[in-house]
Write a new protein. Structure first.
Length: 174
């Protein structure tokens, strides 16, 4: 029996294989898996950086356009379904704080259906938020975290977003 070409094996990899491959590639520093089988790869690093730029500028129209109408969003401070619910969540967040995300690592699968990003998030409170879901903040407080975020993508839109925070051992920085 003839062995499948490496490209074909990679293109039909499972999500578990994709994540395993991301780990093998190493998640240190900026990196991108630039193989694509589509003429206009969706889950590309430049495409995602455009999203992050709009997000950091609070350009709701542009960054909101990346979410499917029925997106499932599993963030650190909210678990919501639907583009409108995601946008409402971020409007609430922006009432209290400025959020900036910085791309540390990007890994996209060849089909454009999944991507993984390591993001450094910086929150700066401009107003007291005593009941913030991840813990109270006072005006002037700054909170920084490193998060692993997995995106499922269909037709150029995020259909599911899952985030997990990286917590270094005590005494070590992220």
């Amino acid at each position: 029996m003839a062995k499948k070409p490496v490209e074909h094996q990679f293109l039909t990899a499972s999500r578990r294989g994709f994540i395993g491959g991301a780990a093998v590639l190493g998640l240190g520093g900026k990196s991108a898996l630039a193989i694509s089988t589509t003429p206009h790869p969706v889950a590309s690093q430049p495409w995602f950086e455009t999203y992050l730029d709009a997000f950091n500028r609070a350009d709701e129209e542009r960054f909101g356009a990346y979410y499917a109408d029925d997106v499932q969003f599993f963030g650190q401070a909210a678990q919501v379904t639907g583009r409108q619910a995601v946008m409402d969540f971020y409007r609430t967040v922006r009432k209290y704080l400025h959020e900036r995300v910085e791309l540390q690592t990007f890994v996209g699968d060849p089909t454009g259906a999944h991507m993984l990003a390591v993001l450094r998030t910086t929150l700066v409170a401009h107003k007291d938020w005593p009941d913030m879901p991840t813990g109270p903040l006072k005006a002037g407080d700054t909170r920084e975290s490193v998060n692993f975020v997995m995106y499922d993508i269909a037709k150029g839109l995020f259909t599911r977003v899952r985030s997990a925070r990286f917590s270094p051992q005590k005494g070590r920085s992220a």
